[in-house]
Design a protein around this ligand. Structure first.
Ligand SMILES: [Zn+2]
Length: 264
């Protein structure tokens, strides 16, 4: 057995023992490259989960700095990061480096938009949504559908959130569910509603699990539903994304119109 396989067996033995993954799935994770757009609540938890799972490369993109008000829900940061107002991607890269030396982290201080997304996504196998606004998500959706790249949407506000894995091939996509970005008052960045830390962690876990399926060669196992989870009422709802797509006449994944890549 090769030395790399022995090292995988030792570190990831409890994950490799999970039958659908196995050693082959673990090897695929080690070769996988992921872009996480936004390293706030969702992005910091999912980055940690994917690094611990053995994903080989994680590119982190965010232009924000750590603030004390982030710490209740953003798992990679601590008070020293907030006191120094460190750029989130740098604080996250340092923390992930301590968690796993096997994960190559590329921290990029930038904002993902229609002009930057092509360069930011260069060479990755999957994009994970850690943003807090639908304007950026629609750019990600257009880019990924056009590039035939899988991506995992998630959003959280108050105690509830939703997640949808958009498969390679891009159908159904986010615009099958939301034709246009929801109005600002419904946008999850709406601060007045607040946000519960465990809700962020739960949605990031769902997101990371979908990513692990795709990256380990089990993309056919991703959920065909938009999953809505409320941690305050302990309720889960599922929306059949294929049925929504059939009814949507989606400009993006059905007609190939990528208007959000053209800028505002
Ligand atoms: Zn669509």
């Amino acid at each position: 057995m090769a030395a790399a396989d022995r090292a995988n067996l030792e570190r990831f033995q409890r994950q490799i023992a999970f039958a659908p993954l196995g050693l082959e799935g673990q090897k695929r994770l080690a070769e996988a490259r992921v872009l996480i757009v936004g390293v706030g609540g969702l992005g910091s938890w999912s980055a940690e989960l994917l690094a611990r799972a053995g994903v080989g490369m994680i590119r982190l993109v965010d232009d924000d700095r750590v603030d004390l008000a982030n710490l209740h829900r953003q798992g990679l940061y601590d008070e020293s990061d907030a006191a120094a107002a460190r750029p989130k991607v740098q604080a996250a890269a340092a923390r992930i480096g301590r968690i796993s030396s096997r994960c190559r982290v590329e921290p990029i201080v930038a904002r993902a938009d229609h002009g930057s997304i092509t360069a930011l996504a260069d060479g990755v196998d999957l994009i994970l949504d850690g943003t807090d606004n639908f304007a950026t998500r629609f750019v990600l959706n257009d880019y990924c559908v056009r590039a035939d790249l899988p991506w995992i949407f998630a959003g959280v506000v108050a105690a509830e959130g939703q997640v949808l894995a958009i498969p390679p091939g891009g159908r159904p996509c986010l615009r099958c569910i939301y034709d246009q970005p929801p109005p600002p008052c419904a946008d999850p960045s709406c601060r007045a509603a607040g946000v519960l830390g465990p809700a962020v962690a739960a949605l990031a876990a769902l997101q990371a699990a979908e990513a692990i399926k795709v990256l380990s060669g089990h993309g056919d196992q991703i959920s065909p539903y938009l999953t809505k989870l409320d941690l305050w009422t302990n309720t889960l709802q599922r929306v059949d994304a294929a049925r929504a797509a059939a009814a949507a006449d989606c400009p993006c994944c059905k007609h190939g119109v990528y208007e959000f890549l053209e800028g505002p």
